[in-house]
Each structure stands twice: as structure tokens, then as C-alpha cells.
Design a protein around this ligand. Structure first.
Ligand SMILES: Cc1ncc(COP(=O)(O)O)c(C=O)c1O
Length: 382
């Protein structure tokens, strides 16, 4: 018998199908060539990272057993916070159980009715949700348009303002004009929140775009990171002053009411931070592979792990990604409404640990599939 919930769910599913959006969870073939994941430096399987996780697992157990404020704060969390500070050049860090929680925790802790949040048009869902939950008035700034941000800052009625951007954007692989944005925030007495999810491990020889641009201890700049991309683990963090850290410990609900990050993830991410600091050539290898991808597919090289290939229609983008998956090659496929500019695209990630020959072979397959389906990259990405 179909109950009221089932019939409502079926209606919802058929509305999604009609609009061409059907998401599915599919387990990947283990021996696939990975040009889709966010493990940009290949550290999730690095024996040193896995070894650190295993040691923490045996020492502390599988879970943290409580929130950070009860009994959940372990030495591995303090060690990770220090390693993140050393990597990014920031004075203080607070670890959350995901990047999503770090973003919602930070924005809800900063916002109120008298604080305007100015959010770049292309920011990640976790920042959008954080802004919504913060009870602040929110306005959207045109993507990477510093003049628009400055104008919104100047004309605001609210006492305080927070500008929210990503350092490197996750779908297009383009980057924010951080120096100019920080200067505008300084001029107008605002705070710049930079999500370095796709910048850590990639820009600034792995230390992030904020560090590369000399903004590491800028009084108007705060950053968030995820531990689940270049750091190969899981979790998230906010980095800034001690005063900010203390504020978050006291008011950020996704920190206070959440079980502490699992010890194995914390130890893995700390080890990954140390490896990135010691081995700046990892980021260089990633960029070399990015150049190879861009050249093979005739797109402009983005100084990012993400190389974005615009495709003329959502159907063709999907069919290309599916045909490649059948050939054992994983590429990302983004279609409206999940793309900020309405353009469907394949998203290939340049990873540091893919051998050149393997990459070239995979790219030949990508070219073949594109030609077989008559799908053409439609121009320059980013
Ligand atoms: C820009 C950005 N911020 C935040 C997140 C969320 O990070 P996490 O997966 O650790 O929750 C992601 C993950 O996809 C992201 O791309």
C-alpha cells in the first residue's frame, strides 16, 4: 500500500526527473583512473598518512566519544590545530568535524541582524547555508567583482559586514582577487572570509592562496579549510586569531553540539599538513598534470586542481561522463542547477600522484569518447 509519504516522495522524484536532475549514489570500480576526486595530492593513501591514522586509531579508538567541550578534545586535535597553523601561517585554528560544519559554524557565529553578509555568487552550499542560518541580511555579489563588493560595503546600512568568498572555486577552478578584496574590506571596516577548501595543497606551494598573497595574518582575513581534499582525510577548520577561536568555542553551534572529529582523521590530516610543508613539489606536480589536461582538451589552464571543460548540453556532458566511467575513467559531471553559471561541464581534477603515461592514456580515452558522442568542449573555461 502506498502511504501519503510515499506518494509525496514519488511526486517529488518525478518532478526532479522531469527537470533532468536525478542524483544517484554509485560505488566506484576500485581500479578506475581517478580524474574526479578531491584527493588532489594523493595523500589519502600515502603510507605516512595512513600510518598516522592507524596509530591514532589504536591509541584513541574509533571515535572521539564526546563533543570537544565534554571529553572529546584529544592531543591529536591540538596537534592538528598546530599543524594547520604552521601550514597556513595563521595564529590559531579550531577543528570541526567537517568543512561544512566549519563554514556554518563560522558564519552563524559572526552574523546577526546588524551584520551584512556579502556572498560571492559562486560560493559553496555550506557557505550559503551558514549565511542563511546566521540571521544576517545577505546580499549576493557578482562573481569576483571587487567593485561590486566595495559598492555594497559602502552603501550598507548595517554596522558590520562580512564578505564571503572561496580562494579557488570548486566548479570552474578560477580564483578570487584576494588582495583587492582584503583591501576593500579593510577600507570599509569589514571581514573577509576565505574558504580555502580548494586552495590548500594547491596554491602557494601547498600553503594556500591566502598565504601566497601575503594575507596570512591580515587582521581583516579569516579562513576556513576542509581536511577532505588535499589533506586526504576528513574534517574542517577555521583559522584566524586566538580571539576568534575563543569566540567560536563559545558560540559556534556546529562545534559545541557535535562529536569531536574522529582521532584517525585528525592524525591523518596533521601528517598531511607536515608532508605538504616538507614537499612543495607535490603541488608543482599537480600543476604540471593540470597543464597536460588543459592542453589535451583545448581549454585554458586553471591554476587549480580543477580543470573545467564546458560541454554544449547537459545530456552530452552526462553521457560523456557515463561512457568514460564504463571505460574505467572517473571524471566529474556538473549540470544545471548545480553549476553557478548554467553551463554544463566535465570537471577533471589534476592529481599530483597520477603518472604522466597513465594520464595521457586516460586523456586519449576522453578525446575518443568526446569525438564518438560528437561532444565538443565549447570554449575556454574559467
Ligand atoms: C568550497 C567548499 N567548501 C566546503 C566544503 C565542505 O567540506 P566537507 O566535505 O569537509 O564538509 C566543500 C566540499 O565539497 C567545498 O568544495
Amino acid at each position: 500500500m502506498i502511504g501519503p509519504l510515499d506518494s509525496w516522495l514519488r511526486d517529488k522524484a518525478s518532478a526532479r526527473a522531469d527537470s533532468g536532475l536525478r542524483r544517484r549514489t554509485v560505488a566506484i570500480r576500485e581500479n578506475s583512473v581517478d580524474l574526479a576526486s578531491n584527493d588532489y595530492l594523493g595523500l589519502s593513501r600515502d603510507p605516512r598518512v595512513v600510518g598516522a591514522a592507524a596509530e591514532a586509531l589504536h591509541r584513541y579508538g574509533a571515535g572521539s566519544r564526546a563533543s570537544r567541550l565534554v571529553t572529546g578534545t584529544l592531543n591529536v586535535h591540538a596537534d592538528l590545530e598546530q599543524a594547520l597553523c604552521e601550514l597556513t601561517g595563521q595564529p590559531a585554528a579550531l577543528v570541526f568535524s567537517s568543512g561544512y560544519a566549519a563554514n556554518t559554524g563560522l558564519l552563524t557565529a559572526l552574523g546577526d541582524a546588524d551584520t551584512l553578509i556579502i556572498s560571492d555568487q559562486h560560493v559553496h552550499a555550506s557557505l550559503i547555508d551558514g549565511a542563511r542560518l546566521s540571521r544576517s541580511p545577505v546580499v549576493i555579489a557578482e562573481h569576483n567583482n571587487v567593485e561590486h563588493v566595495a559598492q555594497l560595503l559602502k552603501e550598507r546600512a548595517q554596522t558590520r559586514a562580512v564578505v564571503v568568498v572561496e580562494s579557488i572555486y570548486s566548479v570552474l577552478g578560477d580564483h578570487a582577487p584576494l588582495k583587492e578584496l582584503a583591501a576593500a574590506c579593510e577600507l570599509h571596516g569589514a571581514l573577509l572570509v576565505v574558504d580555502e577548501a580548494h586552495g590548500i595543497g594547491v596554491a602557494g606551494l601547498g600553503r594556500g592562496l591566502v598565504y601566497q598573497e601575503g594575507l596570512a595574518r591580515h587582521p581583516h582575513v579569516v579562513l576556513t579549510v576542509t581536511l577532505s581534499k588535499s589533506l586526504g582525510a576528513q574534517g574542517g577548520a577555521v583559522l584566524g586569531s586566538e580571539l576568534l577561536r575563543d569566540h567560536l568555542v563559545n558560540v559556534a553551534r556546529p562545534f559545541i553540539f557535535d562529536t569531536a572529529l574522529a582521532p584517525a582523521s585528525a592524525a591523518a590530516a596533521a601528517e598531511a599538513c607536515r608532508i605538504i610543508l616538507r614537499e612543495p613539489d607535490l603541488a608543482e606536480r599537480l600543476h604540471e598534470n593540470g597543464r597536460v589536461i588543459a592542453e589535451a582538451l583545448g581549454i585554458k589552464h586553471a591554476i587549480a586542481a580543477v580543470q573545467s571543460v564546458p560541454i554544449e548540453s547537459p545530456e552530452l556532458a552526462l553521457r560523456t561522463a557515463e561512457a568514460l566511467r564504463d571505460r574505467g575513467i572517473l571524471v566529474g559531471c556538473f549540470r544545471p542547477p548545480s553549476v553557478p553559471d548554467g553551463v554544463s561541464r566535465l570537471r577533471l581534477t589534476a592529481r599530483a600522484n597520477v603518472e604522466l603515461q597513465e594520464l595521457m592514456d586516460a586523456l586519449r580515452e576522453v578525446q575518443d569518447v568526446l569525438a564518438d558522442l560528437g561532444a565538443r568542449p565549447t570554449g575556454v573555461a574559467a
